[in-house]
Design a protein. Structure first.
Length: 243
């Protein structure tokens, strides 16, 4: 009988773990659905005026990431290039190339870094896309984004090749000698420059939401555990009764 007690305790613990994992996945599913709805609403809304500089210290990524904004600014000289092998947020960007970042000065003198859009590898040199050079003030429509953290497997920035591997405004500013005031950067949607490059565009956030399948898996394993334990217990009790 001691073995039955031990197995029952182990089965009960295993069942509790599996059920809790299934329930956690359902909770994550609800959280993910709310997040997707929030991001979709931000991306689909009409562009709002860019928050003033006085509001920047209180901005939080969770509240403002992907917020669609508009502002008038003058692009300053210089570019920084962030390598990409394609984008999960831009369905129109499917090949390797570079995001072209440039500082933009607002009317009050503060500077925001703008991701002007994508260029293929062979068009990295600004001389190959002179039509895209902007002069004077222009209204920019885009999305507020926060700096990327450097991942464990991200290569070090290659200054000889003039290539960055993370979207970090302050790192780009330090390397280029720019003054960038904003803690965020802007992914430009509009306007499309003459000649089409750099190629800005609309963001399309497609977050995976597989938590329902994961929950079914954990609950299915819980049912399987009940079945296996029940079959084992019945057999064990029958053998014990036959003694």
């Amino acid at each position: 009988m001691r073995s039955i007690v031990t197995a029952s305790v182990a089965a009960a613990i295993g069942l509790a773990v599996l059920l809790s994992l299934g329930t956690w996945q359902l909770q994550r599913m609800t959280w993910k659905e709310n997040l997707i709805a929030t991001l979709d609403a931000r991306i689909d809304q009409a562009p709002q005026p860019l928050p003033s500089r006085t509001a920047w210290p209180s901005l939080r990524e969770a509240d403002s990431e992907y917020a669609r904004v508009k502002f008038i600014a003058t692009l300053l000289p210089g570019e920084a290039f962030v390598y990409t092998a394609g984008s999960s947020l831009r369905p129109d960007v499917t090949s390797q190339g570079f995001w072209v970042f440039a500082p933009a000065q607002l009317a009050d003198g503060v500077v925001v870094l703008v991701n002007r859009g994508f260029v293929p590898t062979e068009r990295k040199d600004a001389a190959t896309r002179r039509q895209g050079t902007s002069s004077g003030a222009v209204e920019i429509v885009g999305y507020m984004r926060w700096p990327e953290s450097r991942g464990m497997f991200a290569p070090a920035d290659d200054m000889k090749a003039d290539v960055f591997f993370t979207r970090d405004p302050q790192a780009m500013a330090a390397a280029r000698g720019w003054t960038v005031d904003a803690p965020f950067y802007i992914d430009q949607e509009l306007p499309v420059p003459a000649g089409g490059l750099p190629k800005p565009g609309r963001i399309d956030v497609k977050l995976p939401n597989n938590h329902w399948q994961y929950a079914i898996t954990w609950y299915g394993l819980a049912l399987a555990l009940i079945g296996v334990y029940g079959a084992w217990l019945v057999g064990r009790l029958r053998r014990h009764a036959a003694l």
